[in-house]
Design a protein around this ligand. Structure first.
Ligand code: SF4
Length: 300
């Protein structure tokens, strides 16, 4: 796909290299997050979105370092707060493609409140969660998606808590696109991310992205032996009941794929202030420099 230059001519097609950041990831060798980063870069290039039209926002954690490794605008924010900041970015300039990225502890634990309400509001952004079922950055504590019985530094006698299900939670809270991928199935994950970015509304892609250093229970082999793609089984993403039933399965078969999608008005399309006049960030404030300074001083 070609993009257009400011002179109106066709620009060369984008490649994943156009999204390569100046800093190389410092993740452990073999970490699943490498595959997810590569898939986001490939998907963005294949969609032909110029890097300067994309903002990548993250929280805290190994995977939340991702905005430093991709050549889009980016913000590395507070623990669990990526969706709150990403919502602010989208409302300030709804013409941008906004991606939020992070891990299961950051997004489903510390940021659980924001996950619920971003889904309910149906904000038009894409949330890619690198789900390794453990807190990796802090060297291996139990997370909301850890399996019951799992022994970690914080659960030496085994995890007592049930596993959080991000797919059913996203659907029940109102997310309008819900998918799950696996870092070891790159081509499939690229297609899911492309669909998610193309969807208008809150799109969630939960990705099995193994932590090879601290989670030896759920490694690449664990998922390779169990993962089946919904696309191979004729699943209908408009059927929310079937989506939930498939999402609840966790055993010899664990499904990845496009679980659920529905059209529902998204937040920035309903906000009357954004109706005309373009992005808020490009509008004139209607204040003199002196007035603007006074307002800022009052707020400090
Ligand atoms: Fe990846 Fe785990 Fe290493 Fe963090 S600790 S970089 S999640 S392998």
């Amino acid at each position: 796909m070609s993009t257009t230059t400011s002179e109106g001519g066709a620009a060369p097609a984008l490649t994943a290299k156009d999204f390569k950041g100046k800093v190389s990831p410092d993740w452990c060798p073999g970490c699943g997050d490498y595959g997810v980063l590569a898939c986001i870069q490939r998907a963005s290039a294949e969609l032909g979105i110029p890097p300067h039209r994309v903002v990548t926002v993250s929280g805290i954690g190994c995977s939340s370092n991702l905005p430093g490794y991709i050549a889009t605008y980016g913000m590395h924010t507070l623990h669990g707060r990526s969706l709150a900041v990403a919502t602010g970015v989208k409302m300030a300039n709804h013409e941008l493609t906004v991606l939020a990225t992070g891990g299961d502890g950051d997004g489903y634990g510390i940021g659980g409140n924001h996950f619920t309400h971003t889904a309910r509001r149906n904000v038009d952004l894409t949330y890619i969660v690198m789900n390794n079922q453990i807190y990796g950055l802090t060297t291996g504590q139990v997370s909301p998606t850890s399996l019951p019985g799992m022994k970690t530094k914080s659960t030496p006698f085994g995890n007592l808590e049930p596993q959080y299900n991000p797919i059913t939670s996203a659907i029940m809270n109102g997310a309008t696109f819900v998918a799950r991928g696996f870092s070891g199935h790159g081509n499939h994950l690229v297609e899911l991310i492309k669909k998610a970015i193309g969807h208008r509304g809150f799109s969630v892609v939960d990705v099995f992205s193994p932590c090879v250093t601290f989670n030896h229970d759920n490694d690449f082999k664990f998922f390779r032996d169990r993962v089946r793609k919904l696309e191979d089984e004729g699943h209908d993403p408009s059927d929310w009941k079937a989506a939930c039933e498939k999402a609840l399965l966790w055993g010899d078969v664990i499904y990845t794929g496009h679980f659920f999608e529905v059209d529902r008005p998204y937040l920035d399309a309903q906000e009357p202030v954004l109706d005309k006049g373009g992005a808020l960030s490009h509008r004139k404030l209607g204040l003199t420099g002196e007035q603007a300074t006074k307002v800022l001083q009052k707020m400090m």
